[in-house]
Design a protein around this ligand. Structure first.
Ligand code: MG
Length: 380
């Protein structure tokens, strides 16, 4: 089962303030920021999330523009996730308003799945007065597409025997991970529906898109073996990379550090955490491993702060051999309320925060490396 709240931030605002009901509500506050959520009334004007606020104001001048109240959304999110955890111990929260629940084998306890979904939807509506859309399917990838099928307040149940038929007419752009660019490439090959992918051999997709191509070919057959992974608080978050060839090229090491700082930073922010300690791990060509860490005075979640601390750790190392592996991580995590450091933040950190937020949103909509920092440019 995949559950996705409808127009979440905007819907919370509307339910907290009934005067906003039926009106075009756009959450994303700052003039130079991006839209975080738009009510269905606002979407009719062409407003959608990740769009710059100034553009949304042009499209929908009568819109009600509200600042992001993350703490409130997290509160409501916790209520929703609690309801889901009441039906299955296997709940994987993917974002603030979205989760998978493995409900296989719960029929004897909960009855048929449509009855279960109706109960879940009713419980959510009663406790939060919000609606959600649900998809039920044999695996995660199909359940996610199914939940998006009839929004808002939707329910789509996809039985094993309907999968083939469903994929026949599923526009390829609906497959998670197919963005504008890859969608364009697929269209050039005449791939319009998911099933069209199977007209070409798996090898072609692998050559074209690498690992992602292999997964794409599997998905076109309705195959996805990923498990629902219940979430538990991580103690640390890290990323590491083994170079194809050992290197002592500082620019190359720094670039990898940047890439990892982006990845780790994104993860911290997604989980709503802040970290205090930055860890650097280096494995040399003789397999000797060096680790260094640095604890910062203030908790942070910004890619930039993480990167600079990593850079300093790297610069302080006296590398005697070429590097085989580099890893960047953070520990000393705290979840506390997401600090919107409005008054106290310097203009620079405010800009960094907006940059991170914009990049995170782009990243969640498109595939990796759609937008990269200038430092990464010759890696593209
Ligand atoms: Mg949603």
């Amino acid at each position: 089962m995949h559950l996705d709240m409808d127009a979440f931030y905007a819907a919370v605002e509307q339910s907290d303030n009934p005067e906003l009901g039926g009106k075009p509500v756009i959450v994303g506050g700052a003039m130079r920021g991006v839209v975080c959520a738009a009510s269905y009334e606002a979407r009719r004007y062409g407003v959608h999330s990740a769009m710059p606020v100034f553009q949304a104001r042009k499209l929908c001048p009568q819109g009600i523009f509200l600042p992001v109240r993350m703490n409130r959304y997290k509160e409501v999110s916790r209520v929703v996730m609690e309801i889901l955890r009441g039906i299955s111990p296997l709940v994987e929260q993917v974002s603030i308003d979205e989760a998978f629940a493995d409900i296989s084998g719960t029929e004897r306890l909960h009855g048929p799945c449509y009855a279960l979904v109706h109960r879940v939807k009713a419980a959510i509506r009663e406790t939060t007065s919000l609606t959600c859309s649900v998809g039920i399917a044999p695996n995660k990838f199909l359940a996610k597409i199914a939940s998006d099928f009839k929004k808002p307040d939707g329910l789509t149940i996809l039985g094993e025997e309907q999968v083939k038929e469903f994929l026949k007419l599923l526009p390829v752009g609906k497959i998670p991970g197919v963005g504008k660019k890859s969608g364009e490439e697929l269209r050039k090959l005449g791939v319009i529906f998911a099933s069209d992918i199977l007209k070409f051999p798996a090898q072609l997709w692998e050559n074209k898109f690498g690992k992602w191509g292999v997964a794409l070919y599997a998905k076109a057959q309705g195959i996805d073996n990923s498990a629902v992974e219940p979430y538990s608080d991580p103690k640390s978050i890290s990323a590491e990379h083994t170079f194809d060839k050992d290197t002592d090229n500082i620019a190359e090491l720094e670039k990898m550090l940047m890439l990892q700082a982006e990845e780790v930073g994104r993860e911290i922010r997604k989980l709503g955490f802040k970290a205090r300690t930055v860890n650097l791990k280096i494995k040399l060509s003789d397999f000797k491993t060096i680790t260094r860490s640095r604890t910062l005075p203030e908790p942070f979640a910004a890619t930039d702060v993480l990167f600079n601390a990593g850079l300093k750790l790297l610069a302080d190392l006296k590398l005697t051999r070429k590097v085989r592996l580099i890893g960047t991580g953070v520990s000393n995590l705290s979840s506390g309320p997401c600090q919107m450091t409005i008054g106290s933040s310097s203009e620079k950190s405010d800009r960094q925060e907006r940059l991170d937020r914009a990049l995170d949103q782009i990243h969640s909509r498109f595939r990796d490396n759609m937008v990269v920092r200038g430092r990464m440019i010759d890696e593209v």
